[in-house]
Design a protein around this ligand. Structure first.
Ligand code: FE
Ligand code: FE
Ligand code: FE
Length: 165
């Protein structure tokens, strides 16, 4: 598909985000399982629920714009997840593993924030205000998740990891 307009670019980005969210729906349960901190485990589990809603929200956006979302693979998310998996397969102290999981998850959230931020701005510019509002809702959730992960890291995980043998 040749991208000729900003509308085309928006559609391509929405498909990319949809693929990213669906990949995360598969990855987050594994991250929750690998986490030792109860707080981190529940942060991952709650974000899994949120991620399912975000995928459904994208379907709503697609309906509004009368487009389909299938057919694109977000290779960046594939890479981020692969890198996370590589780390999870290493022999790590549980607290150090938690710190690594937080870092991997924050890389994911930042990628999503960049994608949703651009898509929101393009949608707004193209006059798709309802779509822009939905994308903003997800952008806010990704930002809150990122902040929550920082709080978990700073409140106890990093300290525990720093005193691991
Ligand atoms: Fe998401
Ligand atoms: Fe992507
Ligand atoms: Fe997210």
């Amino acid at each position: 598909m040749k991208l000729e307009t900003l509308e085309d670019l928006l559609i391509s980005e929405l498909r990319d985000l949809y693929s990213a969210e669906n990949q995360l729906i598969k990855a987050l349960p594994k991250m929750a399982k690998a986490a030792s901190s109860e707080e981190l485990k529940s942060a991952f589990q709650e974000h899994l629920e949120q991620t399912r809603e975000q995928a459904a929200r994208l379907e709503k956006v697609a309906k509004q714009l009368d487009i389909t979302l299938r057919g694109k693979k977000c290779v960046a998310m594939q890479g981020l997840i692969e890198e996370g998996k590589e780390q999870m397969s290493e022999d790590m102290e549980p607290d150090v593993m938690d710190a690594a999981l937080i870092a991997a998850a924050q890389k994911v959230e930042h990628y999503e924030m960049a994608g949703y931020g651009c898509a929101r701005t393009w949608a707004r510019q193209l006059g798709h205000d309802e779509a822009a509002d939905l994308l903003q809702t997800t952008l806010d959730e990704e930002g809150e998740t990122d902040k929550r992960l920082t709080d978990i890291a700073e409140s106890h995980v990093n300290e525990a990891a720093g005193s691991a043998p």
